[in-house]
Design a protein around this ligand. Sequence first.
Ligand code: GLN
Length: 445
Amino acid sequence: VNTYLSEIERRKELNAFLEVFEDTVREQAKRVDEKIKSGTQGRLAGMVIGLKDNICFKGHKVSASSKILEGFESLYSATVVERLLMEDAVIIGRLNCDEFAMGSSNENSAFGPVKNVVNTSCVPGGSSGGSAVAVAAGLCTVALGSDTGGSIRQPASFTGTIGVKPTYGRVSRYGLIAYASSFDQIGPFTNSVEDAALVLEIIAGKDEYDTTASSRPVGEYTLSDTPSSRKIAVIREAANHEGVNEEVRAKFEQLIQQLTDAGHQVEEVSFPYMDQMVPTYYVLTTAEASSNLSRFDGVHYGHRSQVAEGVEQTYTKSRTEGFGPEVKRRIMAGTFVLSHGYYDAYYTKAQKVRRVLRDKTDEIFADFDFVLLPTTPDSAFELNAVSDPIQMYLQDIFTVHANHTGNPAISLPLGKKSDGMPFGIQLMANHFEEKSLLEFSDYLM
Ligand code: GLN
């Protein structure tokens, strides 16, 4: 803990931590030390974990990197936090992210952007940029993030770390500040597949506080045997996508060749829905966000405008002052697609597209063990380089698939470009196939 605390201090310019829980982390560490002495420690004893600033930890601040939650303190801990503590992990602090997890570069935080540790003039990806950088820079052992459209996998790709988005419903969302509830999942950032497996196994499982958390038994994710010949689908439309950088493409093709040489069956499949992925995601997630974020009204939580007179002004001025531009854009888009006159044209239509994506993906997994695709079309871009929101939204072209369909997916470091910037490979598996996903990931590493 002391080492991490001094590293966090030394790398302050990265802006990864919004707050270090200095007092409580030392107390926790002492308690775990005692347990280790008496041989009664849990499975995560000594593991130092950071939390994305949208995961609640009782008695500590949480803000979703937004001014609207200024001064708010969690009244309870997220289920994932309870489970980590039960196994004697220590929680070191909260990590910067895009406001309400909306973004792909961590530039939408009310507390300034996070810098990529590999090259500090580049973004770390988002929205869980602080979590990715904390793990990449060695500021904690593991960090939790949340992934609604790629927010764990894309920053993992940009920082050379491992990031897992579990099956929808595998991990409880209780205590996660909701962005788009039918897409959100919590998952770990790690430097090894082994740590990812251990942490995921502990945080996964049914939860009486979240009815969307599956009651399927979790089993053991800890890695056992080396996978024999596997059937792997490569989505043609992703592999050949025009936006994919040449160096990323070359490395991707090299991996496919290596897998084929090693006796795995790699086949191209067609999944002609690339153009629908991102628009459908933004119709559905903004709709859910506009509803989820209506609770931030200047009355229930956090910031209240000091210049408002009356109830109506309290609502409008608190929200105007508290939310940043991207969050406002999404609330307005979501309110629009849910409005009486446009509901069927946008929201209902998008639900139908989502169903098609899910059915077609299930068809692929009826024949294959995994789907392999790049995590991101390219490596991290420079800070302030992407100002057009639509351009930014296209960052998620390969990651939103797994959120639409609920499949588990992992990003693993694949290589580095000639400029030294890392990029990842993404592996998707069938629903609740976390164990084989992690086993095969370990084999790939
Ligand atoms: N970049 C995507 C967005 O802005 C994904 C974010 C996320 O997964 N939370 O919505």
